[in-house]
Ligand binder design. Structure first.
Ligand code: CMX
Length: 134
């Protein structure tokens, strides 16, 4: 697998409305997109920082992955997403063959039209890891 860059850093927040002003008014970033990803039970807000984005994640469902994460660990960094140059499906097969536990066996649709696939934190040094491609 060839990773080209960190595509985004996902940050779990209780409320986008409460969190966005910090990124805009203190860090001077601009929220350029707010999008609901029904499949992932989240509403997302994006900020561009060089080649990488910050993705704020607010849960839309108390049983969703982000709501459960906040219940257990509180707000904060939720996952790191790497852009793979040679396709998510082949990257997922490659790491599975090396014994990594997958959350997604195949790429699925994520925010901003990306194809995404998650690796389980039990296999990734406790950091929830996402692979994605445009
Ligand atoms: N980072 C690191 N570890 C995490 C984690 C995270 N984000 N979320 C859960 N874990 C850990 C838990 O602490 C737990 O560890 P322990 O067993 O040591 O306590 C372990 O993973 C299993 O957690 P769990 O609570 O039993 O299982 P969950 O039902 O919460 O599922 C996970 C965890 C990662 C499989 C699930 O959150 C998932 O499938 N995530 C991928 C999808 C996702 O996160 N979508 C939201 C973002 C979508 C987007 O970016 O668009």
């Amino acid at each position: 697998m060839k990773i080209s860059h960190i595509e985004h850093i996902g940050i779990a927040v209780k409320s986008l409305e409460a969190a966005i002003p910090y990124y805009e008014n203190i860090l001077g970033l601009k929220c350029y997109n707010v999008e609901e990803v029904a499949d992932q039970k989240v509403k997302t807000a994006f900020f561009q920082v060089g080649q990488t984005k910050i993705e704020l994640l607010e849960s839309t469902d108390p049983e969703g992955a982000v709501a459960k994460f906040i219940d257990k660990k509180g707000e904060g960094v939720h996952h790191i997403a790497y852009a793979v140059a040679d396709g998510v499906n082949s990257a997922l097969s490659e790491v599975a063959a090396k014994g990594v536990q997958l959350i997604d066996r195949q790429g699925r649709k994520g925010a901003e039209g990306l194809t995404i696939g998650f690796l389980h934190p039990k296999s990734t040094q406790s950091v929830l890891t996402e692979l994605c491609e445009k």
